[in-house]
Design a binder for this molecule. Sequence first.
Ligand code: GLU
Length: 298
Amino acid sequence: MTERPRQTEGQNAPVFRFAPSPNGRLHLGHALSALLNAEMAEKMGGRLLLRIEDIDLTRCTPELEAAVLDDLTWLGIPFERPVRRQSEHFPLYREALDRLKAMGLVYPAFLSRGEVKARVSAFEREGGPWPRDPDGAPLYPTEERALSESERAERMATAERYAWRLDIDKAQRLIGERLSWQETGDGQRGEIAADPGAWGDVVLWRSDAPSSYHLAVTVDDAAQGVTHVVRGLDLFHATSVHRLLQRLLDLPQPVYHHHRLILGPDGRKLSKSLGDTALSALRAEGRTPSDIRAMVGI
Ligand code: GLU
């Protein structure tokens, strides 16, 4: 693999990043994202970083990470070295969590997925629809916000696992203003009003899986000086949570560009299990990087 020298010109050059999770092989959707990042970085004279989002230590493996790097190199994505690996920065995310804890904005949450599901079904049988997040998942019940310090300590000592969740209402009250972000992507554009409340009390940390996507992505974009986040429209609404975390942690805000998604034959978003759109499979069939560009419409 050829090493591209670190670009040193212009401290103020725009910084882009492609941030795949190595929990499966890259598919055409990832190719579109990586190629767009590379294209936009080149057009703007910017840098392109690669971040391996491997906080899920059970699903992400070194073999899959090596395969991701291999696919991207084959595709000709000119990312800088060294590559940042989230699994090497858990203390940084922990620091951010501790700041939010000191602000009184997070609480330990003990309900399992099954318990939440049972709660929601019981509620919905009585008539009312339970509120759902933009991805359609039921919002986490909020009653554990009110547990006393001693109740929390007692339950944390005995619980098999628990999660630190953000009290979204308290966080929004503390900010006291409507947040927004600058969007240049394929959906709505311009100044987008953030609505973090739509997600309810999001998980920031799990006792058995350190850091959540939301916390790690927000902390890392700032740590890496990312100025332009280019990613799929499936993460458009999640940006509301990232904006709130940026504001709470005094982090700079990048410009966002959420691009169209490549859909499967069934009209659904591609997943890593869709073998025939995996770059490795297409490559084995004899497709070239320029075929891939054509297939994703670049
Ligand atoms: N790691 C995320 C994924 O593979 C992308 C995160 C991001 O670009 O913000 O879906």
